[in-house]
Design a protein around this ligand. Structure first.
Ligand code: NAD
Length: 382
């Protein structure tokens, strides 16, 4: 049965991948509600813009009236809430927008959804029964795996005392603790603290009002249409431009990478088949040190856009981000076991696709670069 999906933040990196997946590969209708901040880009949606099943509404999720109107007019079956301020470095320089959008905006959206869902219970109980509010969150709410202690038969031991010691992160990751759906929240940055707050609000609206919500917490995404302030696109574009490739600290921070289209498919699966009140962690089983990611991009570029010097020579180590978490890693076994999701891309295939996309889509990123962001360092203020 075709459904109506109300997507917030559908002009962003992950939101646009969800919208493209829904329009290109399903029969569902999409209402995209996005404020179009610096991170929102309608050019990421050119392939769906003229589709009769797609509608765009420019609105702020903090605007209660606009949100209620969107619900009343479009009568969604499913809400997928992705709108957020999402860049950790920006949250260090200016946390206010993160508190506003991520906390107040989520509260405002929950209230609009609750009012709509309650009215549905009167007018269309069957639709109220299947209505879902899916909140998209991050693994950063769990904090730093390197800092956490986990109970062992011998008492509490550091989960991962030194990410610099020992062999490569891939092998180490097999036996080391991972974030599960029951890992306690311990956010480190203004961004992750605001996302943690929004997760708590969503859970409270489910427990208190019975609103049928679901939450997903995902690891770092990468792929096409990624705003070039984030590590992978920044490195690709700086490398091509002959600029330095900034690596924070010694580059030993470990992230668990997931190709954005695999994330989009997982999100749609959870929104449709996930259990009400449940949380699902989503990750790609791809733990990599940042330095390894940067070196691999250099090697792919060397092969695809060869030059006489080595791209790796452009790597420059810069002062670390304040409060930088050392390691994130996701246990995605619940979504795999209960909903049958598995990522299609390995890190190697996904990263290659991503580098090729940036090489082939200069018009998209040139226009983004010609806007307000010029690749400058963010998040150094403390
Ligand atoms: P993004 O920054 O690329 O996009 C965010 C979108 O939200 C933009 O289109 C922006 O215009 C819109 N927006 C911002 N404030 C708004 C407001 N007040 N009202 C309406 N729209 C607003 O972010 P992303 O990387 O696509 O992330 C999407 C979601 O997924 C976020 O909630 C983020 O916390 C979460 N997430 C991201 C990652 C990642 O690696 N990027 C990983 C896990 C979870």
């Amino acid at each position: 049965m075709p459904k109506t999906f109300l997507i917030t933040g559908g002009a962003g990196f992950i939101g646009s991948a969800v919208v493209r997946e829904l329009i290109h590969n399903t029969d569902h209708t999409v209402i995209n509600v996005d404020k179009l901040t610096y991170a929102g880009n309608l050019e990421s949606l050119e392939t769906v813009a003229n589709n009769p099943r797609y509608t765009f509404i420019q609105a702020d999720i903090c605007d209660a009236k606009a949100m209620q109107q969107a619900f009343n007019t479009h009568q969604p079956d499913v809400v997928m809430h992705l709108a957020a301020e999402s860049h950790v470095d920006r949250s260090i320089d200016g946390p206010a927008a993160f508190m506003e959008t991520n906390i107040i905006g989520t509260y405002t959206l929950l209230e609009a959804a609750k009012n709509y869902w309650r009215s549905l219970k009167e007018t269309n109980p069957a639709k109220a029964e299947t209505f879902r509010f899916h909140h998209i969150s991050t693994d950063e709410v769990y904090g730093d795996l390197a800092e956490q202690t986990f109970p062992t038969p011998h008492g509490s031991e550091p989960a991962f005392p030194s990410p610099l010691a020992g062999e490569g992160p891939g092998e180490r990751g097999q036996s080391l603790p991972l974030f599960t759906e029951t890992t306690p929240y311990a956010p480190s940055s203004p961004y992750s603290a605001s996302k943690a707050s929004s997760d708590h609000l969503v859970r409270a609206w489910q427990r208190t009002y019975g609103l049928p919500t679901l939450i997903t917490n995902c690891s770092n995404n990468y792929g096409p249409y990624h705003f070039p302030e984030k590590l992978i696109p920044l490195v690709i574009l700086n490398a091509l431009a002959g600029k330095p490739l900034p690596v924070y600290g010694d580059g030993s921070q470990i992230r668990d990478w997931l190709y954005v289209e695999d994330h989009a498919r997982a999100l749609i699966l959870v929104a449709q088949n996930g259990g009400v009140g449940e949380t699902y962690n989503i990750g790609g089983h791809n733990e990599k040190q940042n330095i390894e990611v940067v070196q691999t991009i250099c090697d792919i570029l060397q092969e695809q856009v060869p030059k006489s010097t080595n791209y790796r020579d452009q790597i420059t180590f810069v002062a670390d981000r304040p409060g930088h978490d050392l390691r994130y890693a996701i246990d995605a076994s619940k979504i795999e076991r209960e909903l049958g999701w598995t990522p299609r891309e390995t890190f190697e295939t996904g990263l290659r696709k991503t580098v090729l996309w940036y090489i082939e889509n200069k018009i998209w990123w040139k226009r983004v670069q010609d806007g307000s962001y010029q690749g400058e360092r963010l998040g150094v203020s403390t």
